[in-house]
Design a protein around this ligand. Structure first.
Ligand SMILES: C[S@@+](CC[C@H](N)C(=O)[O-])C[C@H]1O[C@@H](n2cnc3c(N)ncnc32)[C@H](O)[C@@H]1O
Length: 394
């Protein structure tokens, strides 16, 4: 039983090799570039030629996007909050009509509409009406993105002082919202689930489809017979997996309060007898054993190194020798090129107060220390949804 051999996958190189781009020559070149970019004389010369102007403008645009990114995000947030995109789902509308539907003064609506059009969320027609732009249409097709944008309310509140977020992890609204230290199981008795758990689990559920589609495209789950999704939430990933593998027995393990939600979802399925839901802490309680595949989908990055190692060791106990583990989550990049991992999740998890995005190489090293061998990274087609690392239980 193995990862489908036809799929491209790469053994993870040790972190000992000098990463590309850090040779003395490369550093020297960057130094020359930076000195030029900091020199007013260089700018004057560059602006005198068409090609120089082209590059200067491109660089200025990039810098402006970084400067104004927060404003762009808030325009998007306002569009989601007011129902602007849904209002345009049926077709173009004039601005007066939209102002009425969004319950906004005409001046405010005009600013939101033209801002959204400038960002590609809307298109402005020559007759003055507005319709969905390519990004707006893509957004409407992605309920997970809409749920995340709404949820950014708390995150961006914390980010009003990003330095504070970096100095004091988990000191703000986002951490309080989750009330989620990630270290211990929820102590609330079985049989009761809170609105906070429901809200959190629904958010995870809303963003799961894209992740599941990508993870199941990268990794062939068909050869496995007894699968455990650790920290499986309400079971969205496992039900997507059930469509690819129609015979395996499927186990879900999550905190007791989340397990209640999973049972509610899974018990009503016609194939409910394939699913077993276990409530407990993956740090402390016994897990189903003799599995041939354990999946950890968006779990590891929520935890600091020590508890993350603990989860991997516990996952190992659930597997028979030769069984596989699949880690699927957005990951960092050795050269910090992953915007979702190195920029977004780095800050998000700092505000949440637990965890960090890791590179595939770091995850491979942790897997080795937790009793796994042959770590492989599966080249991600859509790293913004997930990357994947797999290994074999020794
Ligand atoms: C980021 S969510 C991911 C959920 C799901 N795998 C997904 O991708 O949508 C993390 C999950 O880990 C669960 N979790 C956190 N701490 C846990 C613990 N100590 N024991 C069991 N599950 C836990 C949470 O309840 C939540 O469902």
């Amino acid at each position: 039983m193995s990862l489908s051999d036809s799929r491209p996958s790469a053994p993870i190189a040790g972190a000992d090799k000098a990463p590309r781009g850090s040779s003395p020559l490369s550093v020297r070149w960057r130094d020359i570039r930076n000195r030029a970019l900091m020199s007013p004389r260089f700018h004057a010369i560059a602006l005198a030629t068409p090609i120089g102007r082209f590059f200067a403008r491109r660089s200025a645009d990039k810098l402006f996007d970084l400067t104004a990114g927060f404003v762009y995000s808030q325009i998007l947030f306002a569009g989601v909050q007011t129902g602007l995109f849904e209002a345009l789902a049926e077709g173009p509308a004039p601005e007066e009509d939209l102002a009425r539907r969004l319950e906004m003064p005409l001046d405010g609506a005009r600013r939101l509409l033209s801002g959204s059009a400038a960002l590609g969320l809307l298109d402005k027609l020559p007759d003055g009406r507005f319709m969905l732009g390519a990004q707006g249409a893509a957004l409407l097709a992605n309920p997970g993105a809409i749920a995340m944008i709404r949820h950014h309310d708390a995150f961006y509140d914390d980010l009003r002082d990003p330095v504070e977020v970096l100095k004091i992890r988990g000191g703000g609204r986002l951490a309080r919202l989750w009330d989620y230290d990630g270290q211990s199981a929820d102590t609330r008795p079985e049989g009761r689930s809170t609105s906070e758990t429901t809200r959190y689990t629904k958010l995870m559920e809303a963003s799961q489809d894209l992740v599941a589609r990508e993870a199941l495209r990268l990794f062939d789950v068909r050869p496995f017979k007894r699968i455990l999704d650790l920290g499986g939430g309400s079971g969205r990933f496992l039900t997507a997996l059930a469509e690819r593998n129609e015979t395996a027995q499927l186990h879900l393990f999550d905190r007791p309060d989340v397990a209640i939600l999973a049972r509610e979802r899974l018990d009503i399925r016609p194939d409910a007898d394939r699913f077993r839901v276990h409530g407990g802490s993956f740090f402390a309680d016994s897990l189903p054993d003799r599995c041939d595949l354990v999946t950890l989908v968006r779990i590891l990055h929520d935890h600091d190194d020590e508890p993350a190692m603990n989860i991997l060791r516990r996952a190992r106990t659930a597997l028979a020798p030769g069984g596989r583990i699949l880690i699927a989550e957005p990951m960092a990049d050795r050269r910090a090129h992953s915007r979702i991992g190195d920029a977004y999740f780095n800050l998000y998890l700092a505000a949440m107060g637990s965890g960090r995005p890791r590179t595939p190489e770091e995850i491979a090293e942790m897997l080795g220390a937790a009793g796994f061998s042959k770590p492989r990274t599966i080249p991600a087609g859509m790293p913004i949804a997930t990357s994947a690392v797999t290994a074999v239980a020794t």
